[in-house]
Design a protein around this ligand. Structure first.
Ligand code: FES
Length: 314
């Protein structure tokens, strides 16, 4: 676990895309070179009220002088996107972390199939730019309500005929994951991000694929609302100390109360900041991002729990 640097960044430009999407260009007042904006990476952005949200970097991955993020206004959401839309303007300062990449391209792959739905398109802008620059073989499937979709002109310019659009108001263009994946070879990697219906469909279509060839990004938790938490014990590996986690608290809460300075961001199991290594014990994984192989020894302590007891490498 490494805490990420939090920077005070300036809003250098604001632009608007269709469907209530605003693009913010962020620069650092003192540094003209930022940590590399690797394709697929996201930053955490904080509102003055303390809400933290993850946004993919959607600018040019070869330009580390600025970060670009796109925020879709969600009026039915928890309020952060509305705050950004209503308040953030050119010249303002905003707290932003250095990037984290849970959605990196595998540049060894022979072919890449990128599948985006709605605002899930944002990480793919930089990914497509990088793949196009490397002359890699790729296809980007973009599912949107209509041709009045964010970033469409930019994507057409980047991807050319490697962009395949699927618009809800054009029924014959409907996205079919089986069709999209039908030419996949053994060295093809698939990447997807978007609404749950889309990601579930792609997961199903890739169920038999080796997990290292399947990459996804989520920004909303897929927590089961019927889950009934039970108390459990954490054993601290280095000291043997036992910490009881009651049903109404998270492991993260209790570890912090015991003095462990654990980083966190989303506290929803979608960003990976709070990952801990464990040994012994049966973990009830409730995050939305760890792969099956990672779940053998890693847990996200903001949401995941254990049956009876788990030993953490702390
Ligand atoms: S804080 Fe984001 S996954 Fe735990």
């Amino acid at each position: 676990m490494t805490a990420r640097l939090i920077m005070k960044m300036k809003v250098a430009a604001v632009a608007h895309e269709p469907n209530n999407v605003t693009v913010y260009t962020l620069s650092h007042p003192l540094r003209d070179r930022l940590a590399d904006p690797h394709p697929g990476a996201h930053v955490d952005v904080r509102t003055p009220g303390g809400q933290i949200r993850q946004y993919s970097l959607c600018g040019n991955p070869d330009d580390p002088s600025v970060y670009k993020i796109a925020i879709k206004r969600e009026d039915g959401g928890r309020g952060a996107s509305r705050w950004f839309h209503e308040n953030l303007k050119v010249g303002d300062t905003v707290l932003v972390t250095t990037p984290r990449n849970n959605f990196a391209l595998n540049l060894e792959a022979g072919r890449h199939i990128l599948i985006a739905g709605g605002i899930g398109i944002t990480p793919f802008i930089a990914m497509a730019r990088r793949l196009a620059r490397r002359k890699a073989e790729f296809t980007l499937h973009y599912c949107a309500k209509s041709s009045h979709a964010p970033f469409l002109a930019e994507l057409r310019e980047i991807c050319g005929d490697r962009l395949v659009t699927h618009f809800s108001d054009v029924p014959e263009s409907r996205f079919n994951p089986v069709e999209a994946l039908k030419d996949a070879l053994e060295d093809t990697h698939v990447y997807f991000c978007g609404p749950q219906k889309l990601t579930d469909a792609v997961r199903e279509a890739t169920a038999g694929w080796p997990e290292e060839r399947v990459h996804f990004e989520v920004f909303a938790p897929t927590l089961d609302e019927n889950f009934n938490p039970e108390p459990f014990d954490i054993v601290i590996g280095s000291s043997g100390k036992i910490i009881r986690v009651p049903a109404n608290k998270s492991a993260l809460d209790l570890l912090r109360a015991e003095g462990f300075a654990l980083p966190s961001s989303c506290e929803l199991g979608v960003c990976g900041s709070c990952v801990c290594t464990y040994r012994d014990g049966i973990v009830i994984h409730r995050d939305s991002i760890l792969k099956v192989s990672e779940r053998q020894d890693k847990m996200l302590v903001c949401v995941s729990r254990a049956r009876v007891r788990v030993t953490l490498d702390l």
